[in-house]
Design a protein around this ligand. Structure first.
Ligand code: HAM
Length: 427
């Protein structure tokens, strides 16, 4: 029978690689605890309408990349292409705007789905870690959110990072910019792709984000949002920059940074990898402010800001910078046994070690003693305990510390106590 292959743009994360994921996830959770962000888990699929209203119906995500299907009850559902929309939906639905603690600071980790053209760093199923702070329009929280992302990358050992920020301004600034964009592109819109043509009236800013017409000469001379920021937006952006400076986070301002989702205003940012040979896609993390999104989803006003980063690109950056991760030696003790009685005995002994808090393993393939030692080596066992018929009769077990080769005979009845003593001694 023909074998079945994994779907395009997805990957299996196997043991050996998955430990890196676990370390990143664990570190992210610890940093969120320090920054006081709490975990939220939302469904993998949502009503399609949610993404139309939030991500925006003129974006590439909505127009080309969503996994949308009809369920048996004829509802249009979509596998989430990103996390912000669902978090904001949940914020509104669960009336979190009424919580005593404001702003509401949330984080999430989980798979997202986009029907994109797969390439290095671009998958159809990828895992995002993201945070959202909803309920404050203090520019200090913009700086906090950016600093959380930077702290995580740094904590994991990344050094070659570039933070790029921009302001997309408030509604008034955006409207002024929008008009300028329409005037700029309209006379020659015929030279652009059909998507851009339909974007001209609906959402001209999306033209700047077009992958197809990226090199058109009008792109380079397009009016920049920075020149259309009103006083309030300008002041807000300056405050964010001041706080980033206070936090010693270097950044560059790039007025071409528009982001691929519609809900943004004011602060927009991306963190890129500057590592050599990282590949074509260098963006590790993207985020920004989305005042007004709660209202779009039918809730009261609650300004928000957040970011998301994929673990896939995180690991690619770690590999590109050749960061050695401390993934830890996982096996405390391997039980080697010889003879049926000794083998039987290790069933209970293994359990005792595990209950005492140690990771422990034994042979299940009836292997010869040499092969058992080899298995212990492959698992990087810290200790190997050898139990043969003679030892069993004498109520003894032989314990070997693999790092030094040091061996000792231990009373079998007191094995767990002795093992604990030895392990305390080393720490
Ligand atoms: P985004 O820029 O669409 O923003 O995605 C954020 C990050 O997700 C990217 O920087 C990248 O690390 C990762 N990513 C996106 N698409 C793929 C893919 N196909 N394969 C691998 N990684 C990918 C958002 O999703 C917003 N929800 C971020 C946000 C949160 N803004 C405010 N709060």
């Amino acid at each position: 029978m023909a074998s079945i292959r994994i779907p395009r743009g997805t990957q299996d994360i196997l043991p050996g690689e998955v430990e890196k994921w676990q370390l990143i996830e664990e570190t992210a959770r610890k940093i969120c605890a320090k920054f006081q962000y709490k975990e939220i888990r939302t469904p993998i699929f949502e009503h399609t309408e949610l993404f139309l209203r939030s991500v925006g119906d003129t974006t590439d995500i909505v127009q080309k990349e969503m996994y949308t299907f009809e369920d048996r009850g004829e509802r249009s559902l979509t596998l989430r292409p990103e996390g912000t929309a669902a978090v904001v939906r949940s914020f509104v639905e669960n009336k979190m705007y009424g919580d005593a603690n404001q702003p509401v600071k949330l984080y999430y980790m989980g798979p997202m789905f986009r029907y994109e053209r797969p390439q290095a760093g671009r998958y159809r199923q990828f895992v995002q870690f993201g945070v959202e702070a909803i309920g404050s329009s203090d520019p200090a929280i913009d700086a906090e959110v950016i600093s959380l992302a930077m702290s995580l990358y740094k904590e994991m050992g990344l050094k070659k990072l570039k933070l790029v920020i921009n302001s997309l301004g408030d509604k008034e600034s955006r409207n002024a910019h929008r008009e300028a964009l329409v005037n700029h592109f309209k006379p020659r819109i015929g030279e652009f792709c059909s998507d851009c043509q339909s974007r001209l009236e609906k959402n001209p800013m999306r033209i700047l984000d077009c992958k197809q017409d990226r090199d058109h000469e009008l792109m380079k001379t397009a009016p920049s949002i920075i020149d259309y920021l009103n006083e309030e937006s300008k002041n807000y952006f300056e405050k964010v920059q001041k706080y980033l400076n206070d936090l010693d986070i270097p950044f560059v301002v790039d007025s071409n940074l528009v982001r691929g989702l519609d809900y943004y205003n004011h602060t927009a940012f991306e963190i890129m990898s500057d590592a050599e040979g990282f590949g074509a896609i260098t963006t590790l993390c993207g985020g920004g402010r989305y005042n007004g999104l709660t209202e779009e989803i039918g809730g009261p006003e609650a300004p928000g800001i957040g970011f998301a980063m994929s673990i896939e690109r995180f690991i690619a950056a770690l590999n590109a910078e050749q960061v050695e991760l401390e993934l830890g030696n996982q096996l405390d003790c391997y039980l080697v046994s010889l003879g049926d009685e000794a083998k039987d005995y290790t069933v209970g002994l293994l359990q005792k070690l595990r209950l005492a808090g140690y990771s422990a393993e034994r042979d299940y393939l009836d292997r010869k003693i040499k092969a058992q030692f080899k298995a212990a080596d492959r698992l990087h066992a810290k200790y190997v305990a050898v139990l043969g018929e003679d030892e069993l009769k004498a109520n003894k077990i032989n314990l070997k510390f693999m790092e030094t080769g040091e061996q000792m005979e231990v009373n079998l009845d007191q094995f767990i106590e002795k093992f604990s003593e030895l392990n305390n001694r080393e720490e």
